[in-house]
Structure formats: C-alpha cells, structure tokens
Design a protein around this ligand. Sequence first.
Ligand code: COA
Length: 288
Amino acid sequence: MTHIDRSPFRTGLLENRTVLITGGGTGLGRSAALKCASLGARVGVVGRREEPLKATVGEIEKAGGRAAFASCDVRDAASVVAAFDSIEASLGPVNSLVNNAAGNFLCASEDLSDNAFDSVVKIVLYGTFNCTRELGRRLIRAKQEGHVLAIVTSYAVTGSAFVLPSAAAKAGVLAMMRSLAVEWAVYGIRLNAIAPGPFPTEGAFSRLMAGDLEKKAVERVPMKRFGEHDELSNLIAYLLSDASPYQTGDCVTIDGAEALFSGQEFAGFAHLDRAAAKALMTSIKPKK
Ligand code: COA
C-alpha cells in the first residue's frame, strides 16, 4: 500500500503557536519544524550542532516562515534556560514544546559503561525534564496555556532488550507526561506522548540498523512499510493544534501496527498469502 501525501490541515492551523523543537536540526525534528512552520507556527529549533539548526531555519525563512535557532545541550539545565531566552528574544513567548532530541545505540547491557548509560538517560530523560520544566515555569508565570509533546517509542511501555538506557529513559518520559498532564491541567497545559515505530532517519538508522535488521524490521510492520516523516509531523501538528483540546496525558502510537504485531501470538498468519493462511488454518483439525 503506498502512501499518498495529502495536506489534511487548513492554512494557518498553528499560527498562534510558537513551538520549540529539540533536535530540530535533523531527522524527525527537522521534519516537524518544517511542518509546524508551514502551518503558520513560529519555530525555534535547538540542538548541539549549529550547522543543521541554521539550515533548518534557512529553509523555513526561504519558504516565508519565521524561525530561530539556539545551540543547546538539553542535558544542561542552564543551557536550556539560555536557549529559551534566545528563542523568545527572536520569536516571542514560546507556548509549545516538542521534546524530540534523543540518543540511542545498540549494546548488551552488561557492557554499558557508566558514561554510556548516563549519556542516553541524560539526553532523553533529563533533557525532556529540563525543557518541559522550563516551558512550564514560563507558562505558569505568564498565566498562558501551552502544549508539550514527547516523542517516545512503543518500547517505552514494554521495555526493550539491547537499548536499555533508551527504554528506561523513555519509560520515564512517558510517566513524566502522564504525571504532568494531571498536575498542570489546572494551568491549561496539555502534555502528550507520541510512540513512533520505525521512521527512517540517518541518526536512528545509522545506530540501530545493520545487516538485514532493516529488512526484518519492515517485515514486522503489518502495513509492510516504514513510516513517512510527513505522517508523524501531521500527528504532531494535530496534537499541538486546537483540534485536540481535550486530549492530554495520552500516548498515541504511530507504527503501522508494528507493536501489536510483535506482541500477538498468531500475528504471523497476517504475513502469509491470505488464501494460504486460510488453507493452513482450516487444515488444523483437532484429533478425534
Ligand atoms: N555502544 C556502547 N557504548 C557506546 C556506544 C555504543 N554503540 N556509543 C557510545 N557509547 C558510549 C561511549 O563509549 C561513551 O562512554 P565512555 O566514556 O565510557 O567510553 C558514552 O557512550 C558517551 O559517548 P559519547 O560519544 O562521548 O557521548 P555524546 O554525548 O557525544 O553522544 C550518544 C551521545 C552516545 C547518545 C550519541 O549516540 C549521540 O550523540 N546520539 C544522538 C543522536 C541519536 O542517538 N539519535 C538516535 C535517536 S533514536
């Protein structure tokens, strides 16, 4: 089944949003930045490397949008405060945040060094906390409503072998969004998580796919393809928009049913030719 790109949103859907996107210079963060800007949001991108951030801002401005960048390591709370200050000086008060920056690699857990565990947990869990707390403080102080999204993963719920720091940190992020959805509802701040399956990016695939892993990964997706960036960006836009005012504390999975397939005992039948699957199923008869 091929995906046909449709623009499902009205022009200007996000025109009252100023969105800060962590890791917005590359990969899915960059795609989200371009999408939000195309829908009228002012977009601040932050990340460690200035070059890709600048390029994303350049692309948005070339298309007539408004954007700014700030170099920032989300692990460092002071750097996060400075990034918010810098983005707000260019674009005005931030009211939406996409916690997208992440770190991950495959490694047997007994071989992880202290620093390896620290690096991933600090980017994912501490980074999300630093950014979310900073936006929360600003919104509460200004008595403004706002939105926070966190990009997690389906294994935030189940855990996953060989990516333990990421699994532990993403589970923490999911708990953080759900906790704050209750705590900050009174301030009009909505928080949701998105759990994507495999969406090809250089950052993730260069660290997580090798040999025939990519082929095997696509075979686990009942829709028989990876996700497209536009599909994830559309979900981000929807959750940041006024189209979802009652949705908070949620975790929306977007994975072509990959996680369900992986957890269902008889899911393998779905990958057989349907006539062959039916023949096989009807051939299985209990002995009298
Ligand atoms: N297996 C085992 N340990 C690894 C590793 C791997 N594949 N990659 C990095 N490490 C260890 C390093 O050896 C180091 O530990 P040490 O000091 O004990 O040797 C530690 O992790 C930190 O690595 P370093 O490269 O110094 O950290 P960094 O802060 O520059 O990078 C990472 C952080 C490791 C998460 C890096 O992969 C990164 O920058 N990722 C961002 C992008 C990304 O991961 N995208 C995919 C998201 S799904």
